[in-house]
Design a protein around this ligand. Structure first.
Ligand code: NOJ
Length: 717
């Protein structure tokens, strides 16, 4: 290990500030000659760039090696640069998007995928990933819902923490572990109207109940870094929001890791009208604990001056630098600044058979069977298959945040089916396009003809992968009109039609659900997506995903989520009523709610028992749920335990997930799943911002959000 205190003692202030700055690789890759270009426009000298402490967005391991090698030649302190990247759902072998992973309810899957990504990322030259993103989400219009595990805080935190542990491992110096950066702190998922980078207004109560727990859980799991969000919260940009960054993060949570700004977010303080100029922006960011400034130069331009003026103590700068040197040290960079980065552009580990297996298995576990009127699984003996729709032979299913992944390396649905059912004849018809404004129906006739001639029809529909992710807000999340019309035409020609759908967010499938007997939602499943879909459609794999987010009936229902408060003057399904909380055009409930997901097995919830019907705060209740697989099909069921606090000093959600377990079942197997309920699980943030439970009646239920099958009550004394 390097003696970082000694290194620090020998550094100039400017060198220290360099450690607090991160830039894009393109500023460093040019030639061995002078570094020019982007740096000039930011008012940085070559000398400044030679001091920069970390890099993001480099392309290949060879590029990384070149940058590091050049840097070490120029830096008199020989402090290696830290290489960071957004490894969100895979590095080269892509696995399902995080929202899909949420539907697996399976931390083993998350762990396997993250370990695979870490191994590939290390070979690619990465040492830190900007993962996990655990922004709690409720509004599917926001493009970044794809990066989160969904609308439940418990699930979001569990999935985030599993990623942190898998990426970082027990010991950061181990060659295939990388550091994790949890993001975006905080409340980004609450952007008004789901519009990207918009303001966020959340009550302290809602923040603490739903938005904050997942970040905390990731920090408790040991995340080395945290990234403040772009958004304002109560009018103050997150990065300089002292309530967030100091009171909660440092004082309450005791976080002592590295805080890194989001891309250009220090300059956003000026754009948002909270700082007059760069100097004030630098002051606000640094004062509120931002250690690394990503892709803007305010620290380089003003931090030294602010220290000279006595605004900041030099000690404060040293503390920030030490945090960064310490991470570099624990990653083993002083011993090996290349840290496993391959010397070839295409390390063998990329897309290895073992990695493809992990990706395919994950895609199978994340897919959600939304509807099945006894038509799936299809038989592998089928003779003629009509494969119709814009996603039928489309490689663009790996998901938008694909790092080094390549669309063309993915298995399409067509390829997946060809491999699985080699003797069947496949008639391929695109039918229509997938853009929101596509109106060309010239492909309809041949699609309908193909459907009429085939034994079965597989309709492959959805929104393009670049309609989700950063900056991709949608005003209308319906499956595009032309695709709905194609589905109607095709299924009228052949009712033996199953739809396979793709999206990076919940989409409105109301029309499709009326027209087709089966819908298998694949999300964006990654490199092996088509193979996984084929296995699921033809029964080689049994769907077991459960929605981690609700699918609205109409976009206007957004935000819609299962854990809402009791609704005043709610009404049963049916026609609109005056003086009721309901919509004129649609129901008040989602089309498919959180927790929904079918299987080819037939799971029957037989019993829910509680060991006690009264407890004190010190006691626990043993809950047992008996589930029977009334079928010959081996399968998995995520058994969920929901809680309702019947009366409290705050209105409480109608349902709240407090525990879950994904359980494998053999044919006709009966299992009893056990949970323990403690007083802590009954707590909530009250009006005085205290996390408490209150005596009274509670209900425990199992099933899923809008479909609770068994309920029992107990009293907390
Ligand atoms: C902006 C995004 O908001 C953030 O999630 C990401 O990590 C950074 N850019 C770096 O790419």
């Amino acid at each position: 290990m390097a003696d970082i205190k000694r290194i620090l003692a020998g550094m100039t202030v400017r060198e220290k500030i360099g450690q607090l700055t991160q830039y894009n690789a393109n500023l460093f890759v040019d030639t061995d000659a002078a570094l020019t270009g982007g740096n000039a426009s930011m008012g940085l000298s070559d000398e400044d760039l030679s001091k920069v402490g970390s890099v993001l967005n480099f392309k290949t391991p060879c590029e990384m090696r070149k940058i590091q090698e050049k840097h070490l030649r120029r830096d008199r302190n020989k402090i290696p640069m830290l290489f960071m990247m957004d490894v969100i759902h895979g590095f080269r072998t892509m696995y399902p998007i995080p929202l899909a992973l949420g539907c697996s309810f399976d931390t083993d899957i998350v762990e396997k995928c993250s370990r695979m990504a870490a191994r590939e990322a290390v070979a690619g030259g990465v040492q830190v990933t900007f993962t996990p993103m655990v922004d709690y989400i409720r509004d599917a219009r926001w493009g970044r819902v794809m990066e989160s595990a969904g609308e439940d805080a418990l699930l979001n935190g569990i999935m985030g923490a599993a990623q942190v542990k898998a990426f970082q491992g027990e010991d950061l110096s181990a060659p295939d572990n990388i550091a994790a950066c949890v993001k975006h702190f905080a409340g980004y998922g609450g952007v008004e109207a789901g519009r990207e980078y918009n303001a966020v207004e959340l009550s302290e109560h809602i923040m603490r109940e739903h938005y904050l727990p997942a970040y905390k859980k990731c920090l408790d799991a040991g995340a080395e870094m945290i990234m403040p969000a772009f958004n304002t919260l109560s009018g103050v940009p997150s990065i300089c929001n002292s309530r967030l960054m100091k009171t909660i993060l440092k004082d309450e949570w005791d976080f002592n890791g590295i805080v890194i700004s989001d891309y250009g977010a220090v300059l956003d303080i000026i754009r948002l009208g909270v700082a007059e100029d760069e100097k004030e922006a630098a002051r606000l960011a640094f004062e509120n604990g931002c250690d690394i400034e990503m892709c803007s130069p305010t620290y380089f331009h003003h931090l030294e001056e602010l220290i000279d003026e006595g605004v900041f103590d030099a000690k404060r700068l040293d503390e920030a630098v030490l945090r960064i040197l310490d991470l570099k040290n624990r990653l083993g960079l002083f011993e090996d600044p290349y840290r496993g980065a391959s010397e070839t552009e295409e390390p063998e580990i990329y897309l290895s058979a073992a990695h493809r297996d992990i990706a395919r298995n994950a895609a199978e576990e994340c897919a959600v069977l939304l509807k099945n009127d006894n038509i799936l699984p299809f038989s592998c003996n089928v003779k003629k298959i009509a494969l119709i729709g814009p996603f039928a032979d489309n490689h663009k299913i790996i998901g938008v945040w694909s790092c080094n992944g390549k669309d063309e390396e993915s298995v399409t649905i067509k390829q997946g089916i060809e491999r699985l059912v080699p003797n069947a004849e496949i008639i391929l018809e695109q039918g229509c396009g997938d853009e929101w404004d596509d109106a060309d129906k010239s492909g309809f006739d041949s699609a309908v003809k193909a459907a009429a001639e085939a034994d079965i029809v597989i309709l492959c529909l959805g929104e393009p992968q670049d309609y989700s992710g950063e900056g991709n807000t949608r005003a209308d999340i319906s499956l595009h009109k032309i695709q709905c019309e194609l589905a109607e035409a095709v299924s009228s020609a052949n009712p033996n039609t199953a739809a396979v759908t793709f999206s990076g967010r919940p989409i409105v499938l109301t029309s499709l659900a009326k027209n087709v007997p089966a819908i298998l939602h694949m999300w964006f499943p990654g490199t092996e997506g088509g193979a996984a879909a084929a296995n699921l459609l033809f029964g080689k794999a049994n769907p077991c995903g459960k929605l981690s987010v609700s699918f609205p009936e109409l976009t206007g229902q957004c935000p819609i989520y299962y854990n809402h408060l009791p609704i005043l003057r709610d009404r049963e399904k049916g026609a609109h009523h005056p003086f009721c909380s309901n919509y004129i055009e649609c129901e008040s409930v989602p089309l498919y709610s959180f927790g929904h997901g079918l299987s080819y097995s037939n799971f029957i919830y037989e019993d829910l028992t509680l060991s006690k019907d009264e407890i004190t705060a010190e006691e626990t209740i043993d809950v047992e749920i008996t589930v029977y697989n009334d079928s010959n099909t081996v399968g998995k069921e995520t058994v969920m335990l929901y809680m309702r606090d019947v009366a409290a000093s705050n209105a409480r959600p109608v349902q709240q997930l407090i525990a879950f377990e994904k359980v494998p079942f053999g044919a006709h197997e009966r299992k009893t799943i056990k949970f323990k309920v403690t007083e802590q699980m009954l707590r909530f943030w009250n009006n005085d911002n205290k996390f408490i439970s209150e005596p009274g009646e509670f209900r425990l239920s199992t099933g899923y959000a809008d479909h609770l099958i068994l309920t029992k009550k107990f009293i907390l004394k």
